[in-house]
Design a protein around this ligand. Structure first.
Ligand SMILES: Cc1cc2nc3c(=O)[nH]c(=O)nc-3n(C[C@H](O)[C@H](O)[C@H](O)COP(=O)(O)OP(=O)(O)OC[C@H]3O[C@@H](n4cnc5c(N)ncnc54)[C@H](O)[C@@H]3O)c2cc1C
Ligand code: FES
Length: 446
């Protein structure tokens, strides 16, 4: 009851409701008591009247103070989880079962999967740009396949999560298997299938409440986080100017064209530009220019101070990042996410926190927060694998040095990366999914 009342936003209405409830409750109880006891004197009836008045007064106070404390506590909890308020939502732990309730083709290569929790529980909100980590049991694979996919939709109702997945073919000229998870999702996962997912996560997020204009730049399947960003901004801060620039080969490969156009039609502060590299005759009227998205186009369209968000193929990201740097855009205003390895700007200014090179043969690893000191030996794999084998449970998603989920403070010692990380870890931190100890003693904030 108190919780229902606490959801009334207006403090006067909340207070009047609580007072009414308290008055009714005390009056009914006093009447019952007087009726049962049947006292002779007037004092008992006076007591009933006073009790009702005191109850009403307490109700007013509870409505004003206690309920607002509950609301405050709830909103604090939500904001600490980085969420917009969504009463009743909760972050689940580890893996949760989701049912694919809809499967929709978005383009020649991309299919969307709408997911609802099998337990019919609440879905916590997420920050626009975040991803889900999913786990698939794929026949023929020795262990479950874990991949990360950006959440490609955003709505206030939060009835489902949507992932939009591009089928990864085998690379040209290489005799290797096509992409394991994406092909499985396209070919074998149907409406009614159940997949496991971890809670939304990721640091490539748009703070919709910033005042600087936001420029969302993507190509190919890199459009997925941009969609949730554009939709969230349009819902939560429609006054923020936003540019949505997207590159595709032609209309067949252009997912979400109508969805993006519809967002812009509802909000005059959202400007859309689609650029096709090889448009087909039937694409006429559906794109704005021909070529590849470049900084010349961005300057021409935006031409003012802004925050830039990039997601797309490695060469695309590299060229745009370099162009923005040459244009003089401060690094702090450029945010990017890679879906695959590679794609570092040639002039990467932040040096890697650790060296690339030979790992040591044996090392003592101190997991400081877990209060465990263990001996790592050659063959124990990455620090993440070693930690897992020793019953520690560090956070991870991509396991490829891209998403930064496994980032961890390095308090002492040195580690080596198996390969250069694609994501840029914070200074003094390392990505344990792709690193091994280099120094004989390594202390991690884990
Ligand atoms: C933060 C984040 C968000 C993401 N969001 C999305 C999203 O919204 N949508 C989306 O579609 N993807 C997204 N991805 C990418 C996604 O996680 C997967 O990496 C992608 O689907 C490929 O997985 P796969 O299992 O199909 O391919 P994999 O099996 O991992 O293979 C990848 C590619 O490598 C090739 N390959 C296989 N073996 C070799 C070999 N020996 N040598 C060379 N090449 C080889 C395959 O043919 C394939 O082309 C995201 C990634 C990250 C990190
Ligand atoms: S798990 Fe993604 S960077 Fe380590």
């Amino acid at each position: 009851m108190l919780k229902n009342i606490s959801e009334i936003k207006n403090p006067v209405a909340r207070s009047v409701t609580t007072a009414g409830v308290a008055f009714s409750a005390v009056t009914i109880i006093s009447s019952l008591v007087i009726g049962v006891v049947n006292p002779k004197g007037q004092s008992a009836h006076k007591f009933g009247v006073y009790a009702s008045l005191i109850g009403t007064g307490c109700g007013i106070l509870v409505g004003l103070v206690a309920c607002s404390k509950i609301t405050e506590a709830e909103s604090l909890q939500n904001s600490s989880e980085g969420q917009e308020s969504n009463p009743g939502s909760h972050i689940w732990q580890d893996w949760r079962k989701f049912v694919v309730v809809r499967k929709v083709r978005e383009s020649k290569e991309i299919i969307s999967f709408y997911l609802k929790p099998e337990d019919n529980g609440d879905l916590p909100n997420f920050q626009p740009g975040q991803f889900l980590t999913i786990k698939l049991d794929i026949p023929g694979e020795a262990k479950p396949v874990i991949r990360t996919y950006s959440l490609s939709d955003y709505s206030d109702s939060n009835e489902y999560y949507r992932l939009s997945i591009k089928r990864e073919p085998m690379p040209k000229g290489l005799d290797v298997m096509p992409g394991i998870a994406s092909n499985f999702m396209h070919d074998r996962v149907q409406e009614g299938s159940v997949i496991l997912a971890k809670p939304p996560s990721g640091k490539f997020v748009l703070d919709v409440h910033h005042s600087l204009p936001a420029v969302l730049i993507s190509n190919g399947v890199g459009i997925t986080p941009m969609l949730s960003m554009a939709k969230a901004c349009s819902h939560l801060n429609p006054n923020r100017p936003l540019w949505f620039l997207h590159g595709a080969r032609d209309g067949r490969f252009h997912a979400f064209r109508d969805e993006v156009t519809a967002i812009a039609q509802q909000n005059p502060n959202i400007h859309v530009h689609f650029r096709y590299s090889r448009p087909l005759p039937e694409d006429a009227g559906h794109y704005h220019s021909v070529g590849y998205i470049d900084v010349a186009l961005i300057k021409e369209l935006v031409g003012q101070e802004a925050e830039f968000f990039l997601c797309g193929s490695p060469p695309f990201m590299q060229s745009i990042r370099e162009g923005l740097q040459e244009w003089g855009i401060p690094e702090g205003q450029v945010f990017f996410e890679s879906f695959s390895k590679g794609g570092k700007a040639a002039s990467e200014s932040q040096p890697p926190a650790t060296a690339i090179g030979e790992e040591t043969k044996e090392a003592e690893i101190v997991f400081a927060k877990s209060n465990k000191t263990l001996t790592w030996r050659e063959g124990d794999g990455t620090i993440l694998e070693f930690a897992e084998a020793n019953n520690l449970n560090p956070a991870y998603s991509c396991r490829m040095g891209i998403c930064l989920t496994c980032m961890c403070g390095l308090k002492a010692g040195e580690v080596v990366y198996e390969e250069p990380p694609t994501g840029t870890p914070d200074e003094g931190s390392v990505l344990i999914c792709i690193s091994k100890p280099k120094a004989p003693k390594v202390i991690l904030d884990l």
